[in-house]
Design a protein around this ligand. Structure first.
Ligand code: BES
Ligand code: MN
Ligand code: ZN
Length: 498
């Protein structure tokens, strides 16, 4: 979908539909003089009383087909005092989907209707474009026939001239949306079509396209590095375990301390010998959501040429039960030399991440390390399906990550790295056990990872289990992978927050 601009107010605007977000109980034609001018016939609609502006409500009102703006799509924002950016984004997403259902060729989004919220015009345009594109996302790559067609273009309409900076703002929204949509595509792609090899090829392809580097560490290289934990995870699969190392190092910044992003890239998590139950096991094709978020964020950083050195490490493997698979009770040696007793083969994510953390600290002097992973069902139980878990001992880094998430509608909730629980992971026959009791499972997983972080290193851990997948469609994302965390990482790289 092409993004355009139209100037000089409603008399000069032209599109198949105008999308207007409206508060509950407000009469849109009265509230917005420009709307009354553009579509004077709309004043009749409220009198009919079939649109109330409730959060999520949608109504289409028709004028004469020959008019420059023959349709008004009203989308409800709910009560004015409850307004936030998420409601606006959701309204725009729902409106765009409706436009596609009606096979409309074009939509105009009037900037004056968005001006109600703080943040300035550039932010509004950026988020308007972002929301429109996310709302239209569908996973169609595996379907032969697909008759739905997105609108050909979306225009933002201004009352006067087009203000400065709008093209750039729209471009930022488009780029972030494209990254998140690519992330969703990777997670929705089934594991027979996206195995570790295919993921590596995809990373290579995206690296060439955007201009960052991508290096592969195959099992031989992992062995040489002594990364016994990630190798143990991969040994029960026909697919090779791998670390993929991405680097965005723009001119003038290639010597600086890098921001290191580490993603869990389990292309399928069957649980291994501790096999998962069948119900919803298919969702574990998305257990590489952390890796996909990192890959797509680095892609966006390179495309936008963000002036900061960013390194991405994707810890990739497939967790399968096989004659060669790791067993409960096995002891393996992690990259840092510690022995780890595999108590549960389904706690495989931390095994991959711990070796990636060790590798990162061996080769670089990081500005900060942020890992992101669909790590624990316990985190989903604790925080539900709209909040990601954020673990970080440093208040300032935690605040930056929270703010980066909030900017794009991805909310993280801070959970404690409560040291006393570490004893749940010690006391076995090895230096560490890979899992503890069910209670506090998200915390012990985070503590397991922290054990591998050098003293004094800035580190945060994001647990996106539960938020990575929509069981039901939402305004900005259909059923399936959400791409959660990708936008937050992009904003963290952009560095515009706190
Ligand atoms: N990939 C899963 C976690 C997960 C669960 C992600 C639900 C998304 C939705 C992870 O590898 C896992 O299996 N974790 C175990 C850990 C346990 C064995 C200590 C869990 O959460 O049950
Ligand atoms: Mn698992
Ligand atoms: Zn997993």
């Amino acid at each position: 979908m092409e993004i355009r601009f139209q100037a000089h107010g409603p008399a000069a605007w032209k599109a198949a539909a105008i999308l207007v977000p409206v508060f509950e109980g407000e009469d849109p034609a009265r509230k917005h003089k420009w709307l009354d001018e553009a579509c004077p016939w709309l004043c009749i609609a409220p009198a009919l009383g079939d649109f109330h502006g409730k959060d999520g409500e949608l109504g289409v009102f028709y004028g004469h087909p020959d008019l420059a703006l023959p349709r008004v799509m009203l989308v409800g924002l709910g009560k004015e005092e409850e307004l936030d950016l998420d409601r606006i984004r959701n309204a725009i997403g729902s409106g765009m989907r409706k436009a596609r259902d009606l096979a409309l060729e074009s939509v105009i989004l009037p900037e004056p209707a968005l001006a109600a919220i703080a943040g300035g015009r550039q932010r509004l345009v950026e988020e308007g474009v972002y929301a429109a594109l996310l709302g239209l996302y569908r996973f169609t790559k595996l379907k032969k026939d697909d008759d739905l067609k997105d609108p050909a273009w979306l225009a933002v309409g201004f009352e006067g001239e087009i203000p400065d900076g709008m093209t750039e703002a729209a471009r930022r929204g488009e780029l972030a949306a494209e990254a998140v949509c690519r992330c969703r595509d990777l997670c929705n792609m089934p594991a027979n079509l996206l195995n570790t090899e295919a993921l590596a090829d995809k990373a290579d392809e995206m690296a060439k396209e955007a201009g960052f580097t991508c290096k592969r560490l195959d099992p031989d290289a992992l062995l040489e590095e002594g990364l016994g934990c990630i190798l143990a995870v991969g040994q029960g699969s026909a697919q090779k375990a791998r670390l993929l190392v991405l680097e965005h190092a723009p001119a003038g910044h290639n010597e600086e301390k890098p921001l290191i992003l580490i993603g869990k890239g389990i292309t399928f998590d069957s649980g291994g010998i501790c096999l998962k139950p069948a119900a919803n096991m298919f969702q574990m094709k998305g257990d590489m959501g952390g890796a996909a978020a990192v890959l797509c964020a680095v892609w966006a950083a390179a495309r936008e040429n963000i002036p900061r050195r960013v390194i991405g490490i994707l810890a990739c493997a497939e967790n399968m039960p096989d004659a060669r698979a790791m067993r409960p009770g096995d002891v393996v040696i992690a990259g840092n030399g510690q022995s780890v007793e595999i108590i549960n083969t389904d706690a495989e994510g931390r095994l991959c991440l711990c070796d990636a953390i060790t590798y990162a600290q061996k080769y670089w002097n990081p500005q900060a390390i942020v890992d992101i992973a669909t790590l624990t069902g316990a985190c989903a139980v604790a925080l539900g399906t709209s909040l990601g878990g954020l673990f970080c001992d440093d208040d300032s880094l935690a605040a930056k990550i929270s703010a980066s998430g909030k900017l794009g509608g991805e909310n993280f909730w801070r959970l404690p790295l409560y040291s006393p629980y570490l004893k749940e992971l010690t006391g076995g026959i090895a230096d560490l056990r890979n899992s503890g009791p069910r209670e506090g499972g998200a915390i012990t997983a985070a503590l397991f990872l922290r054990n591998f972080v050098r003293k004094g290193e800035l580190w945060a851990h994001l647990d996106i289990a539960g938020v990575d997948w929509n069981a039901k469609a939402r305004p900005l994302c259909p059923e399936g992978a959400t791409g959660f965390g990708c936008r937050a990482l992009i904003e963290l790289c952009r560095g515009g927050v706190a």
